[in-house]
Write a protein of this length. Structure first.
Length: 521
């Protein structure tokens, strides 16, 4: 039985908001299954999922503009509850006969809403006459409500902060309930999902485990599967899950592309061979990757695409050696898909081609098995614990598939990789010694293609700059730089410059995501 059939679900129609993924997180935190569908594909998703409620996300477009996106009209006539957020409110108003205008005072950031009438959306949470903080981000506004709608809350620049037709169960907010800066937002979403839409909150990681195992069995049948195993959390969880499902039809393949960190290849192989009884092939592919990367130059997307292609070539070759494999399994997560997504027609722009999604070659022999494709990182960790993976494994910092190649802006050479490997090892060693490994979500060093002048032992040096990065995050979708104390940074910089030949200056990256990304490429 598929997940979508055995549980109540919510469909989120995406109009391209940067925070659409947060709506999905909030719904799952309630314990209800949901999926995001880009507006162009929403009709198909609506018919397949048969959701009990629909949420329209925000988005960058402007309803009065020609060609701005709309929700499929059938969603309005299905008798289901709908919640429109920001752009979602505006398109809902427009599609039901109301009016939207641009060019009014914009609101960005915190605002207060004042409740003027009760609504099922905030029943038990907000009281009539009360004022409550919310987070807004809009320039347009609804100026005339559709028939059947009335105002339930106002704010200074959004006369229709909440408007609804309680009879048809159509609700709309100008503010964003999905962000943490709307303190009561999660409760409002719960009202919509559980009380209004009537979803039973029974979706959990143990349900996910059982159902995903059944799904894998149905997909794979008697076929052979090879699983790309990187030593990271995602592929380890995927491999263990698939092994539970199909046992010895699975072989894992670890590709040592020469872009790993110090001693990592040995650790991965040892850890996996000792802890699990899953056959593991260790492929030495450093020469192949480095020679192809030398040809592709400095462009980050060219590097990513080259690496994606080589991974598949290696997997194909290993499959052939094993006498053929029908499926390739990967630990692809939801954020990998989202960031690479516009190739499949999503409304948000491509930020970077993750090697395992947007970096895949167009023609592949094997079919994909990706049991984690709907999950966020922290959900995968919960699933890993559920499967009994050791805590040291589950708590590992993420390490991207393209490895050090995307931490060496510019052309890739073995010499640069060796310098970076040494520096990165010292940095992580200092982090562990300071007891910070588990506090930080991800930390790494980046070797910059910039040389600066220094003086060491009365000699002039002209060497590379190394940037240190450390971030806190929940799911990798947004992140903050980690606020080290200066003594830690000073100590680490001194050690790196003293111990690693080729680096004479160290800087710390204090960019959050957004506007930065976590990796530099
Ligand atoms: N060196 C590798 N050998 C084989 N497969 C790999 C390798 N690196 C990445 N992959 C494949 O690509 C997928 C995505 O990589 P990604 O880094 O996102 O996940 P991960 O390495 O499993 O976990 P983590 O995010 O914790 O590093 C992996 O799940 C794995 O299937
Ligand atoms: O397996 C991967 N293949 C990739 O191509 C890739 N690019 C980024 N990352 C990891 O994803 C998270 C978010 O990274 P960004 O903020 O740099 O997009 C961070 O944890 C990154 O390390 C990748 N993982
Ligand atoms: N955050 C949003 O959904 C913005 C909606 C619309 N683009 C506006 O500016 O009002
Ligand atoms: Mg990884």
């Amino acid at each position: 039985m598929t997940i979508e059939k055995s549980h109540d679900s919510i469909l989120i129609i995406d109009f391209g908001s940067q925070v659409t993924q947060l709506i999905a997180r909030r719904v799952r935190e309630i314990g209800v299954y949901c999926e995001i569908a880009p507006f162009q594909l929403a009709s198909e998703a609506f018919a397949r999922l048969k959701p009990k409620g629909v949420i329209f996300s925000g988005g960058p477009a402007s309803v009065p503009d020609a060609d701005s996106p709309r929700a499929p009209q059938e969603v309005f006539s299905a008798g289901l509850p709908i919640l429109g957020i920001c752009y979602g409110q505006q398109t809902m108003a427009d599609q039901l006969g109301g009016k939207v205008e641009s060019g009014h005072a914009a609101e960005f950031g915190r605002a207060d809403v004042e409740i003027v009438m009760p609504s099922a959306l905030f029943a038990g949470i907000w009281e009539e006459g009360g004022r409550y903080p919310v987070w807004m981000s809009h320039g347009d506004r609804v100026t005339q409500l559709p028939a059947g709608f009335s105002v339930k809350a106002t704010s200074e620049n959004a006369p229709y902060a909440v408007a609804s037709d309680e009879g048809r169960r159509f609700y709309s907010t100008m503010f964003h309930p999905e962000v943490v800066h709307t303190p009561d937002g999660a409760k409002l979403l719960r009202n919509f999902v559980v009380d209004i839409s009537g979803c039973t909150p029974d979706w959990s990681m143990s349900a996910y485990r059982a159902e995903t195992i059944a799904k894998i069995q149905a997909q794979v049948g008697k076929g052979r599967v090879i699983c790309g195993l990187s030593g990271g959390v995602d592929s380890a969880v995927a491999a263990v899950l698939i092994h539970e499902a199909i046992g010895d039809q699975l072989t894992c393949v670890f590709v040592d592309h020469g872009l790993m960190r110090e001693a990592e290849a040995e650790q991965v192989v040892a850890l996996f061979r000792d802890s699990y009884n899953i056959p593991l092939v260790h492929v030495e592919a450093e020469e192949l990757f480095l020679s192809e990367l030398a040809k592709c130059g400095a462009d980050p997307e060219a590097k990513r695409k080259t690496i994606g292609r080589l991974f598949i070539e290696v997997f194909d070759e290993e499959a052939r050696k094993l006498g053929g494999a029908d499926f390739l399994a990967q630990g692809t997560l939801y954020p990998d898909v989202i960031e690479s997504v516009s190739f499949s027609g999503g409304p948000s722009v491509t930020i970077k081609s993750h090697h395992n999604v947007g970096g895949l070659p167009e023609r592949m022999k094997m079919k994909l098995v990706e049991p984690l494709r709907e999950l966020f990182k922290d959900e995968v960790r919960v699933l890993g614990r559920e499967l009994g993976l050791p805590e040291a494994f589950v708590g590992r910092h993420p390490f991207p598939g393209p490895g050090l190649a995307i931490r060496c802006p510019g052309e890739i050479t073995k010499e640069k990789l060796d310098i970076l490997r040494k520096a990165d090892a010292i940095y992580l060693d200092e982090i562990r010694k300071a007891g910070l490994y588990d506090v930080i979500w991800q930390a790494f060093a980046v070797l910059l293609p910039v040389r600066t002048v220094g003086v060491m032992g009365d000699h002039r040096t002209y060497d590379h700059v190394l940037a240190l990065r450390a971030v806190t995050s929940v799911d990798g979708m947004t992140a903050d730089f980690y606020p080290y104390d200066m003594a830690f940074l000073g100590r680490t910089a001194t050690r790196i410059i003293n111990e690693v030949k080729g680096i004479n200056r160290v800087v710390y990256d204090v960019t959050s995501k957004p506007p930065g990304t976590i990796e530099w490429e």
